[in-house]
Design a protein around this ligand. Structure first.
Ligand SMILES: *Cc1c(COP(=O)(O)O)cnc(C)c1O
Length: 492
């Protein structure tokens, strides 16, 4: 498979290079254009396990790996890590479905991909004969950091350092990170907000002396965020898995299209749905659900992407994003691989904070995408109603999807089955979820967890419940301009 940079013809990569490099040298994102070699026969997946479906689907995308290699890699990645062998169970809620992507080790959907990425990276490293230790640097607003730590800890040939904003993550998220086990991990708070931490990490990547110095220590700096095609590919699989479950349960017939509603931030999850569609999955609409940071809703409805707007901190923090990186890949696909167009739009965004996509591209997008947004009030209201009506408890991100689904059904009910992707356990956001179903006001995240459990009887994921009895291993806090020093010390 050839992966192209979205920004120029000059940079292509095979599966191994694309996974190992993460981002192309021109700043573009590695993307396949020819989906004809990636077609999946959905009927043939019906009698496969979740792991087998993953291996089949990921193997179609990263097809330089042999089927045997991919199968072994995926089995090892998921073995014993998820609450169910299904990996991503599908629940019926009223007339609609919720696809639970949060049954992994950190109770967030990022586990699905971050369980696999470290193994793809080490396999690619072996294939290409790269000797250096891969050092993953990640800035996190909460979920990515923990899922990456869990994926990379004790993976030979890798090391991971996570920076989070001091005071900027929830009690539970902080406890998840600072208690992380493993000999190759580091966790450090940064005095500043998430943007400061992210800018700090980007500056380290861009710093030639830092890279030079890393090479001198036999290390190569890399990133685990969703611009890596190795993070996108594993997400494509659960769209196929959910579809198979619907067929097997007699909810749809093989060939019927399905709507997927996706709580969206960086546009990675929903782009995986677009990959699935291009690979042959019958998809009716991909519904992009945003919170109050509704830059994507406006884009899909108007064709103007304008990030010059107020940034809101919401109850669905993993979707508090104004620059959705993976949209770049969609623009590339929808324009038929038009490097020049994508490079120009990305330059407009960087320089002016806004771009306008061509009408033809937007018309093509609207054939398959629909968009909506819901603020905190509507999301919390949805949590309360769904709990009271159906006894199903969902988190604040999923609730944005649910509220947007209700609008979608009112606006353009196309009669097909709807699946809302559920991206986090309600216990990761216990305080807000609790406030949606009761008047209780506990004084800590763990107090809220207990109370939510007492009110609902929904089991607390074991790994979250045991956190409070675990010792914090990492207590470092650094100023935002000292992050590189922290990395240097850690690598010594
Ligand atoms: C990361 C995340 C999202 C957004 O997914 P994208 O791929 O960035 O669009 C939604 N919900 C939760 C809980 C997340 O952690």
């Amino acid at each position: 498979m050839v992966f192209y940079s979205t920004r120029s013809r000059a940079h292509t990569a095979d599966s191994y290079e694309a996974v190992l490099k993460g981002i192309a040298p021109d700043g573009g994102l590695y993307t396949p254009v020819d989906f004809s070699q990636m077609q999946v026969d959905v009927g043939a997946l019906l009698n496969m396990s979740a792991v087998e479906i993953s291996a089949e689907v990921i193997g179609r995308i990263l097809n330089d790996f042999t089927p045997q290699e991919m199968r072994a890699l995926i089995e090892a990645a998921y073995e014993g890590k998820f609450e169910t062998e299904d990996l991503t169970p599908l629940e019926k809620v009223g007339d609609d479905f919720v696809l639970e992507l949060f049954r992994g080790p950190t109770s967030a959907f990022k586990d699905v991909a971050l369980s696999v990425l470290p193994r793809l990276i080490t396999a690619a490293k072996d294939k290409l004969g790269v000797q250096e230790e891969i050092v993953i640097l990640t800035a996190t607003s909460g979920d990515t950091g923990k899922a990456a730590l869990e994926g990379f800890h004790d993976v030979p040939g890798t090391r991971i350092i996570v920076f989070y904003p001091d005071g900027g993550v929830s009690d539970v998220q902080k406890a998840q990170m600072v208690t992380q086990s493993g000999d190759n991990v580091g966790v450090c708070a940064v005095r500043g907000n998430f943007d400061d931490a992210q800018t700090g990490v980007k500056n380290i990547f861009a710093d030639d002396t830092a890279n030079h110095w890393a090479a001198g220590c036999g290390a190569r700096l890399s990133s685990a965020n969703s611009i890596n095609i190795g993070r996108l590919a594993p997400q494509v699989a659960y769209y196929f898995k959910a579809y198979c479950d619907l067929v097997l349960r007699g909810e749809i017939r093989l060939g019927d299209p399905v709507n997927f509603v996706v709580p969206t931030g960086n546009f990675g999850d929903i782009l995986a749905g677009e990959f699935a569609r291009r690979m042959g999955l019958p998809v009716a609409k991909l519904v992009c659900a945003s919170n109050a940071n509704n830059v994507l809703t406006d884009f899909i409805n108007t064709g103007v992407y304008d990030r010059r707007r107020e940034f809101y901190r919401t109850a669905s923090p993993s979707m508090d994003i104004l620059v959705s990186s993976n949209l770049e890949r969609y623009l590339f696909l929808a324009s038929g691989g038009d490097f020049e167009l994508v490079a120009k739009l990305m330059r407009d965004l960087r320089e002016d904070g806004v771009y306008t996509a061509p009408d033809g591209l937007m018309a093509a997008m609207r054939e398959h995408f629909s968009a909506g947004c819901a603020d905190d009030e509507r999301a919390l209201d949805a949590i309360g109603r769904v709990w009271r009506e159906y006894g199903y408890l969902m988190d604040t991100h999923t609730a944005v999807g649910w509220a947007v689904l209700e609008d979608f059904k009112a606006r353009e009910d196309n009669g097909w089955v709807n699946v809302v992707l559920s991206t986090a356990s309600p216990y990761k956001f216990s305080r807000d979820v609790l406030s949606a179903i009761s008047d209780a006001q506990p004084d800590s995240g763990f107090g809220a967890m207990d109370r939510l459990n007492a009110e609902t009887d929904v089991p607390v994921p074991e790994r979250l419940a045991e956190l409070r009895s675990r010792e914090a291993r990492f207590t470092d806090v650094v100023d935002k301009d000292r992050m590189l020093d922290y990395v240097r010390n850690a690598l010594k």
